[in-house]
Design a protein around this ligand. Structure first.
Ligand code: SF4
Length: 505
């Protein structure tokens, strides 16, 4: 096994021109151009959105909890800005037989630096490599991740006797009290799968080093590979010159998009008539407003007062409340705009503003708001799913919540089946549909503009933020966002009724 000085020397080995990390290695496997840009032109990347950052933070949080599974492990606390110290500290821990596991150990080999989530000492020479993922199953990219780590560890001189992936068991039901780590995590032995990948690594690295030595990035066209396994941060840069009706924006099968691009078809307008398209693809190609004759009766099928309901939820990887499972959505807020036959609209809303389990209050307050009369307009199947889940959790309210489900009326499905506007560009997301039909109303004036950010801000408000003013600001932003979703439905129904020449009863 190398000594500390050898580790430090590895950092400055002359062979590779650029030091890689395991995440850069994985970026290079996804796309050589992505790796090139990450090293030579990182300023061209789109910064991660708040929801993307929250997902990364959630992964970090799961990693911290996973360490409790190895109670005598020692953390290498030095950050990515303190790599020489991290290497030094890791080397000391490797040499200390009293250390049973190392968390975030830093190792370098052939210019590749890895931080290993967990390295467990099995005996005086052999170790077990454990990679922690906040996912529910093993993915191919996790095996590449383990393969590069095991290559670096063995190059360094560590005997890796096993490669394991530790991920969440989404069926684990938290009963309250201490987490049951044996049930919450699944430890899968991936040693054989990782070994099968190891022979390819040298050639993969050589390709990466060669590409990185070039004066310009590799010529690689953006397509579906830019989203697999992760969305590439250079997408905006790579597609900035694409036409507005680029064929990649055709909704539906990525196979068809790829085929069309391979045939040199650049825009949706150039798609030949003989190509078989789905009905939505045909509408996108026709690029014209379309109104089904059934839109009018569907819009008129509602019963007044019409409620317009939307929930906001968060989905913690580590269960936050008793009788929840990893990633199960917990509703913490709802908004209901109630429209009466004379056109007046009343707004009800609920938001849990502290860290207690909000589900019972969400259900009770909602039942009071929707009463027993009228259609309940929603914009997805999600509300149905949440109401059933609330009913399972609250048996005393199950029957009342089932009655609410029976009154749901899905505006999304009505629009999908009976209406199209060219500004939808193939998307029926309310964020696209609203500005297309109600140009004066959108989301870009709001502090919170999507549900993922709402979930992040709610968790910040109830679990982290101590400043009362800031908590009040967040609560206000959450009210405005959820309220916009339900007001949007009121306006969309009105605009659509105008389109078909209908009016309030
Ligand atoms: S957007 Fe696509 S083509 Fe461009 S660097 Fe990323 S993965 Fe490669």
């Amino acid at each position: 096994m190398p000594h500390v000085s050898e580790q430090a020397k590895n950092l400055t080995q002359p062979v590779p021109t650029h030091r890689l990390s395991k995440s850069r290695f994985l970026a290079g496997l996804q796309c050589a151009k992505r790796l090139y840009l990450e090293i030579h032109s990182p300023e061209l990347a789109t910064p991660p959105t708040p929801d993307r950052r929250a997902i990364m933070d959630m992964g970090t949080g799961v990693g911290v909890v996973a360490r409790q599974y190895f109670p005598h492990g020692v953390l290498v606390e030095e950050t990515h800005r303190q790599i020489p110290s991290a290497l030094l500290r890791t080397s000391e821990l490797v040499k200390d037989p009293a250390v049973s596991a190392i968390f975030e150990g830093a190792f370098v080999w052939q210019g590749i630096l890895v931080r290993v989530d967990i390295l467990e000492r099995l005996d005086s020479t052999r170790w077990r490599l454990v990679e922690v993922k906040a996912t529910s199953k093993v993915k191919a990219t996790h095996l590449d991740d383990l393969a590069i780590q095991s290559a670096v560890l063995e190059g360094y001189g560590i005997e890796v006797a096993g490669c394991f992936l530790m991920h969440l068991n989404t069926q684990y039901s938290f009963l309250g009290g201490d987490l049951n780590l044996d049930e919450m995590f699944v430890l899968e032995n991936m040693t054989e799968e990782v070994q099968a990948r190891r022979p390819s690594i040298q050639a993969q690295l050589e390709n990466m080093w060669n590409a990185l030595r070039e004066a310009t990035p590799p010529t690689i066209a953006p397509d579906n590979h830019c989203y697999q396994p992760y969305e590439c941060p250079f997408w905006d840069h790579c597609t900035k010159d694409k036409p507005r009706r680029w064929v990649f924006h055709l909704p539906g099968s990525s196979k068809l998009q790829t085929l069309l691009m391979e045939e040199g078809i650049e825009t949706i307008d150039e798609i030949p008539d003989h190509i078989q398209l789905s009905s939505i693809q045909r509408r996108v190609k026709d690029n014209a407003e379309w109104i089904s004759p059934l839109l009018r009766p569907r819009l008129q099928s509602v019963r007044y007062p019409v409620h317009h309901l939307d929930f906001e939820t968060f989905m913690p990887a580590i269960p936050a409340f008793a009788h929840t499972r990893p990633y199960r959505p917990i509703p913490f807020q709802w908004s209901n705009h109630i429209e009466y036959p004379d056109g007046t609209v009343v707004h009800h809303h609920y938001l849990c503003t502290d860290g207690r389990d909000p589900r019972e209050e969400v259900a009770m307050s909602l039942l009071e708001s929707v009463g027993e009369a009228g259609t309940i307009c929603v914009y997805s199947e999600y509300e149905r799913f949440l109401l059933f889940a609330l009913g399972d959790f609250l048996p005393q309210l199950k029957s009342a919540l089932s009655n609410v489900v029976c009154r749901l009326w899905d505006l999304l499905s009505v629009i999908q089946q009976h209406y199209y506007h060219p500004d939808f560009h193939g998307s029926y997301s309310i964020k696209t549909v609203l500005p297309a039909l109600v140009p004066t109303l959108a989301y870009d004036d709001l502090a919170i503009q999507n549900g993922a950010v709402a979930a992040v801000m709610y968790q910040k408000m109830v679990f982290l933020e101590t400043d009362l003013m800031e908590r009040a600001h967040i609560a206000q932003a959450l009210h405005e966002y959820c309220g916009r979703d339900t007001w949007a439905m009121v306006e969309l129904r009105r605009v659509l009724m105008n389109r078909v020449g209908s009016s309030l009863p």
